[in-house]
Design a protein around this ligand. Structure first.
Ligand code: HEC
Ligand code: HEC
Length: 201
């Protein structure tokens, strides 16, 4: 999958939508069909920080409502398996089964996201829009939304990719080239987009 993204990027652009619905992780929770009703029940453990519908309640947590299910599942599995580490999430994810991850991903992915632009979409960071959208909404099922995430969260993640604490084929290389000032500028730009997440039961 990642090779395919690279090929498309090298080819001069991303064919957004070419991936829609076709993504399944090579193995693990991404292969399972999530049950949203079970996911809703399980999300009781997540609400203090991510809200019932995935709208973050604390500045260091991201909005996860309306993210692609494949992305949510992949991140939960990464926290569980230690590939991504965080003092809160590593503990939360530690005992989740693949099925529970699929259920939680199905619940959170199913909510409706709307954005209101604070700036002209034409001014969106050029290096990011192919995958994260000019409005901060994902263009690929393996890329997260950035719209309305706090600048602290975006800044932290880009620096984690840059330092190697968090690793990803595409993002590690992109972040490696960025200065602190550039990171701050893109973080502020995406953070300024206003996001509303409406619960869909
Ligand atoms: C005590 C607060 C807390 C709780 C409870 C919590 N989270 Fe998190 N979550 C966080 C924080 C903080 C981060 C950001 C981690 C980082 O900086 O890498 C995060 C990150 C995530 C991410 C990664 C999103 C992204 O955009 O990369 C997912 C997915 C997620 N949480 C899902 C869940 C689910 C599902 C639950 C419940 C089973 C849950 N979280 C419970 C605080 C929490
Ligand atoms: C070719 C596609 C692509 C491009 C271009 C790209 N990204 Fe990403 N980005 C991704 C993918 C895929 C992920 C998910 C990484 C993972 O699974 O850990 C991601 C993750 C992120 C995250 C973590 C968000 C979260 O919720 O945890 C941030 C922040 C981010 N990208 C910012 C940027 C910025 C800023 C730019 C432009 C300078 C950029 N990205 C360009 C594909 C891309």
């Amino acid at each position: 999958m990642m090779q395919r993204i690279h090929a498309l990027v090298l080819g001069g652009g991303i064919l957004a939508g070419a991936f829609s619905g076709s993504m399944a992780l090579a193995e693990g929770p991404g292969d399972l069909v999530g049950d949203r009703a079970v996911g809703k029940q399980l999300s009781g453990q997540c609400r203090t920080c991510h809200g019932a519908q995935g709208f973050a309640q604390i500045p260091i947590a991201p909005h996860i409502g309306g993210e692609p299910a494949s992305y949510i599942a992949a991140q939960l599995a990464a926290f569980r398996d230690g590939a991504r580490e965080h003092e809160m999430m590593s503990i939360v994810a530690r005992n989740l089964t693949d099925q529970q991850i699929a259920d939680l991903a199905a619940w959170y992915a199913g909510h409706q996201v709307e954005v209101t632009m604070a700036a002209d979409a034409a001014a969106a960071p050029e290096a990011c829009v192919a995958c994260h959208g000019a409005n901060g909404l994902h263009q690929l099922p393996e890329a997260p939304n950035l719209a309305g995430e706090t600048n602290i969260y975006i800044d932290t993640q880009l620096k984690a990719f840059r330092s190697g604490k968090r690793q990803h084929d595409i993002m590690s290389g992109i972040a490696a080239e960025m200065t602190d000032a550039e990171i701050r500028a893109v973080a502020d730009w995406y953070a300024a987009i206003k996001v509303t997440i409406t619960q869909v039961d």
